[in-house]
Write a protein that binds this ligand. Structure first.
Ligand SMILES: Nc1nc2c(ncn2[C@@H]2O[C@H](COP(=O)(O)OP(=O)(O)O)[C@@H](O)[C@H]2O)c(=O)[nH]1
Ligand SMILES: [Mg+2]
Length: 408
């Protein structure tokens, strides 16, 4: 409207007209308001930009807004940019600190951690023996023998290892004691591998049934919980059968593990026939199309014939009702019991067709050497090792990793 008015009159006429002053005032006022509006709009846009920039670097809409802002700001641009940077710095200062990433340990690091006591006992002693000799002689072998026996490798297995070592040293004409360590490691690996066919838990083809046996307190229930968690993480459907019906607390403990690992569970009440629980477990596994059925059993049987009867009853049920399932009979042994674990293994071997061992509590013991004897003396493949009480503290057993971890 003001522009139109200006065009209608000459410059002189306009200047002389008394109304012009008033109009000019109005114009100034309107300019002021407009400027204020622009100023406000600028600030608003700046704030938007700061926020968008902070949320996303690649916001397309932001570029558009920036262009508009540039046009309006013109001369003030440089100052505004500086102001902008300062404001942005302020915003980023106020960001919550980035959550520190949880340190993830590799399986090997965990195994090494778990075997710390065994390693300290075995490896550092062997190291100092080898360092104290100038040449390889009978005395050196005797000292090595002693270390292996005290680390629960067992007398028979120790003799076997030392005999093999002597042969290697002779054949390769080794004189330097420091070169013996690698040979020793190599011979232990070879002996362990030769003694068993396979260290992997067999669950293929699915469905599979895993019967977990072992004496009271060795870690059966805990191992079932960890194993179930591992399978669930692989996306498998797991059903657990609470075959240890001796105490109500044992059933509750297994229920807790089933909960934690998000597995299903079949249980009867305290004192029920374990074989009947396993029977129900199998029917449920079939009906629900479970991939893996894991069966807990009681380990509180007083003598060998009792144990044999109880287990045989369970095996017969599994054989009859689930004949086409892949089967594992997993013996759980507690590493902290050392040579006692070996005698338990001997007993269970006599009464059941044990297909593998889960050795628990490696983390709390210097007796990790017992694994070597389990494999080489008894021919029992160690398939799993427990390195802690947590749900993730169960690992597949790998001979090379184990030997490297105890000699590292
Ligand atoms: N440190 C450690 N403790 C374990 C491990 N496995 C089991 N345990 C503990 O051993 C105890 C007995 O375990 P449990 O599963 O109840 O044995 P079960 O009687 O054979 O069923 C529990 O306190 C477990 O937390 C392991 O690998 N390391
Ligand atoms: Mg138990």
């Amino acid at each position: 409207m003001l522009n139109w008015f200006k065009k209608k009159f000459t410059k002189k006429e306009v200047e002389d007209d008394p109304k012009v002053e008033e109009i000019s005032k109005v114009e100034d006022l309107q300019d002021d308001i407009l400027e204020e509006d622009i100023e406000e709009e600028n600030i608003e846009l700046e704030e938007n930009i700061m926020l968008d920039d902070y949320i996303s670097d690649n916001d397309h809409a932001l570029e558009e807004e920036e262009k508009v802002l540039e046009e309006i700001m013109d001369t003030r641009q440089e100052t505004e940019e500086i102001k902008n940077t300062i404001e942005l710095e302020k915003v980023s200062d106020e960001l919550p600190p980035e959550k520190p990433k949880e340190k993830k340990f590799s399986l090997f690091e965990k195994l090494k951690n778990g075997l710390t006591k065994t390693r300290k006992d075995m490896s550092s002693k062997i190291e100092s023996i080898l360092n104290s000799y100038k040449r390889v002689d009978e005395e050196l072998y005797e000292e090595l023998e002693e270390v292996l026996v005290t680390a629960d490798v067992g007398a028979t297995t120790t003799m076997e290892i030392i005999d093999r070592l002597k042969d290697r040293v002779k054949k390769e004409k080794i004189n330097d004691p420091l070169a013996v360590k690698e040979l020793l490691k190599d011979e232990i690996k070879k002996l362990m591998k030769e003694s068993v066919a396979d260290n992997t838990l067999t669950i293929e083809p699915l469905p599979a049934v895993i019967l977990v046996v072992g004496v009271n307190g060795v870690g059966k229930t805990t191992t079932i919980g960890k194993l179930s968690h591992k399978f669930r993480e692989e996306g498998k459907k797991v059903l657990i059968a609470a075959g240890d019906t001796f105490r109500a607390a044992a059933i509750e403990q297994l229920e807790e593990w089933a909960n934690r690992s998000k597995a299903e569970i079949i249980s009867h009440s305290e004192g029920a026939d374990p074989a009947a629980v396993i029977y129900d477990g199998i029917q449920a596994a079939k009906a629900r199309k479970s991939d893996i059925l894991i069966c807990d059993t009681a380990g509180r049987l007083h003598n060998k014939s009792n144990l044999m009867n109880e287990l045989n009853k369970i095996f017969r049920v599994v054989e009859r009702e689930y004949s086409d399932a892949t089967k594992e009979v997993l013996l759980v042994l507690d590493a902290t019991t050392g040579q006692n674990a070996i005698s338990q293994a001997k007993t269970f071997k006599e009464v059941a067709n044990i297909t593998g061992v889960a050795l628990t509590k490696l983390d709390g013991t210097a007796k990790g050497g017992v694994i070597i004897a389990l494999q080489s003396e008894l021919g029992l493949p160690v398939k799993l090792v427990g390195v802690g009480e947590g749900i993730d503290d169960l690992q597949p057993f790998i001979v090379d990793d184990f030997v490297e971890a105890i000699f590292d």
